[in-house]
Each structure stands twice: as C-alpha cells, then as structure tokens.
Design a protein around this ligand. Sequence first.
Ligand code: VG1
Ligand code: CO
Length: 553
Amino acid sequence: MQSSVSPSQPRKYKVQLDVPFSDQKPGTSGLRKSVKQFQSPNYLESFIEATLVTLPGVQGGTLVLGGDGRYGNLHAIDVILRMCAAHGLKKIITTVDGILSTPAASHLIRKNNAIGAIILSASHNSGGPDGDFGVKINGPNGGPGLESLTNRIYDATKTLKEFNIIEFPPLSLNSIGNFGIGSMEVQVIDGVEDYINLMQNIFDFDQISSFISSDFLIAFDALNAVTGPYAKRLFEDLLGAPAGTVRNGIPLEDFGGCHPDPNLTYAKDLADLLLSGNHYSFGAACDGDGDRNMILGRKCFVNPSDSLAVLTANANYVPAYSAGLSGVARSMPTSAAVDVVAKNLGISCYETPTGWKFFGNLLDSDQITLCGEESFGTGSSHVREKDGLWAVLFWLQILAAKKCSVSEVMANHWSRFGRHYYSRHDYEAISSEIAHDLYRNLESKLPSLIGRSFGGSNISHTDNFSYHDPVDNSITEGQGLRILLNDGSRVILRLSGTGTKGATLRVYLERYVAPNGVLQQDPQKALSDLITDIDSLAQITSRTGMKAPTVIT
Ligand code: VG1
Ligand code: CO
C-alpha cells in the first residue's frame, strides 16, 4: 500500500473563464462530447465546477470517482481530484488505474454513503483521441442524477465565471493506497473487489461453476473496455472457466479501435462465433462502461426485451430473488414481453421514458425489483444502474438451474407467453436539421392518423409519450412518438440523446404473436409491413437519403 503526506498548504487558486460554455447540457446519460471538444481549454473544468457548486453535500462529503479507462480518464481524474479538494470534499474514493465500471460505481456510492459519483465514460461510444469522452453524475442513491439535478448543473455552466482548483502533483493510481490532497483524503481501492462480493451475495456461484465445467463452453467479450478485469475474476478465477474465456480483456484507451457496443454489428466477432454454431454454448459481451449486456446462445441471439422477460419469469432460480419480485419496469420503447410475464406473476409493470434515471424512484420505493431497456440494459435493486455482468450471471444461473440451452429457454418462453417480434433500426449521423424536421413532421401528423390502416392493422392511438412518475409526481414530456395499432403492434420514433455526431434517429418496431399463433423465425420478416409503412409515413428514406439503417438490432 502506498501513502503520502500532502505538502502543508497546497496552493488553491481560481481560473477565470473567458466566456461560459453554452453547450454543456447533459443528454440521456451525462455530458457526452468528442474528445476534441473536451480538450478545449477549461471545458472539463467548467462542467466539474458547475457540478461541485450544485451537487448537495459537497462540503465534508465523500465522492466516488473513476471511469471506463478510455483516453482522457487519468487526466480527468487528476483534474477532478484537485477541484474536489478546492471545494472542501472530505474524501474521494477512486480506484487502481482509475478503472471503475458504472454498476460498480453505483455499488460503491451505496456502500460508502457517498454523496454520489463522477463516472468518466461515454459508455458504448468509441474512444481514443478521435473518439468520445463523457462525464456522468450520479446521486446518493447510486443512480444517474435526475433531470432536476442535471438541469441545475447545466444552468450553472451558463453563468460560470471561474473555477476553483488546487495545485498538486498527479497521484500515482497504480496500486491501492491512501493519500491526502490538502485536508482531503484520497482512498485508492481495487475497483473490482466490492463488486465481486456483491455478485457472490446474489447468485449461487457453486451451481454456475459446476454447470459450466460440464461441457458448457462460454465466451465473454469485454471489447477492450472496462469489464475485462471484472470478468476475468468472475468467470476464470471464481467460476473456473478456462483461461481465454474472457476475450479482449484488457481495458485499452481506444478500445483497440473497436466500438464498445455489445450488439450484432459492433460485437460481430463474438456473434459470429456463437451464431455459426461451433462448440460454444453461451456468449456474452458488455459495453464500454459495463452497464450493457448482449446474450447469445448457440445459433441464438437473445433480444434484450425478451431477456428482461426471461429474467423476470425465472427470477426464482436466483437466491437473491427467490422470495419473489415486488414489480418490474421497462422503458417505453422496450417490447411488452415483460408485461405479459408480470401479468402472469400478478405483479405491477411500469413503463418509463428511455434512460436509467427514470427507474430510480421505483427502485428506491421498492415498487420494482427488476427493470430493463431494449438497448441491452437490464438491472435490479442491487444497484441503481443497469448491470452487464449481473445479467450474464443471471442467465448462467437460469441455464445452470434448468440444465438447458439458451435456445431451449427461448422456445419454452415463447410457447408459454407468446412472442414479441421486435427490432430497432438506428439511422446514425443524420444532419440534425433533417432529423428534427422529420420528427416534427411526423409529430404534426399524429392526430390525423387514428383509424388509418397501417402495418396490416389499424392505428388505435398516437401520442408523444409523457411520463407521470408515481413516486414524486413529476411529469416528463416529449419522450418519443408512438403509433399503437389495434392488434397490439407498435412503432415508436425517438431522437437519441447520447450521439455526438449530428442526430441519430431510432425506430422501434414491435408485433405480438400469441402462443398458439404461427411463429415465424426472422423478426425483420415478421415486421416487414410495419417497416415499409413507417418508412413511407415518416419519409425516412427520402428525407435522410439513407437506403438502410446504420444498425439493425
Ligand atoms: C441510449 C439508449 C438508452 C440508454 C442510453 C444510455 O440512449 O437508447 O436506452 O439508457 O443510451 O446507455 P439514446 O438517447 O441514445 O437512445 V449507456 O450504456 O450510455 O449508459
Ligand atoms: Co453503458
């Protein structure tokens, strides 16, 4: 363990800002911009100053700090430590090499009664000098800061004139230790250990371990991002999977040039490995900051909306949930597969806007135990973030308990509950003007669409989704254009809040087939008339000039 004594009085000083920044509005999860933008003078400092003057409890408080290891991580930690010391924080908990996954940060906040965390990540966006950087602010419950907090931070950025910082040489984060910067304590801990202990309290590791040692080969792809060290400890050291089970397991500043987004496009190597049907029985990948997961079986891709429904239906196999679930929630664009399971279990199912922060109140008030999003996010009340490796362990526990394959689990699920054919089409990097025009144009047509024939059925309801939080009664409007059909199908359009280049249009398509219905195999085929009709209604091809989506999930 290293330790150092701080110089008696490190110099505290103020830096003037020429003009306040006007573009620091946090999106779906934090402030996410290109590295180039973050490199402009005082850009990071401005957002951190606004955060430290806004976040409740800074004076004398404890804060968690770390990131996904992307380019800029260590520099940002150095700057933030010195700014925290200038703002009177009592203690910062940071991690060896600054490596800390989003769910692990959420756990550390809760375990240490911290006032929150600053998590340095642009999640699934690419990294490196030409990639993206991001700052996420989490609150004392461990979850992403609510809109009310991020709005106040944003307001502060617009009037800032200066920031406060302390002169101090960079701390070495290459091993655990305790330091002081002025009167502030800095504790450098192993960012993996507490998280692993939490997982051991939730799952039956012995059962998983004996299952995967019985000719059930697994492959995990960390995509050169934050989950590598966590996954190696979990799968190889504790569960006894062979060395090499974890691929791309060392966090790299540029993620090895790949896009750390676990989907069929960006995690193609792993997808090919499983879908080609060779000797692997199970595959999984997580995103840059470790909160997303993709699950694959032999020749089988699990749609994330289905994954939430499967976890809900089989939660009884996991020790921590064996007493039952209080309720579940899904984001609005996520398919209603989990709704059918919730109804069957007799528990409540909530529909929230996109973004994990909207699950926070429901989790805190114990109205839900599990929740998820179609964007490869699943989680539970164990933390207040979505949790990639937790979802992987959950799947392994179900498979170990049922002693069957992923495709058997899916086939059984559909034959019991019916199947929600589902797909998301992303049109990335469209000009912002074209995207907003397209969106506004469709929005203006919505009222006139009722009763019209669409996608093989008739339109029964249209709106721009608005959410009434049942816990704090807040209303959040404008969360996505919904077209609902008489047969239960849905088409939803949203503009992304996490992209950094132009605008990203997301089109979500869903069609339900009851258990006794004919089960076609390919979702794109099952959804083809919805795809054609939304394209002509919203004029996607003609307005964007794109013949096909950038990513199809
Ligand atoms: C996307 C997803 C959303 C998710 C968000 C953050 O947002 O659609 O479901 O919560 O990313 O995920 P958007 O606004 O681009 O659609 V992560 O892994 O960045 O924390
Ligand atoms: Co993420």
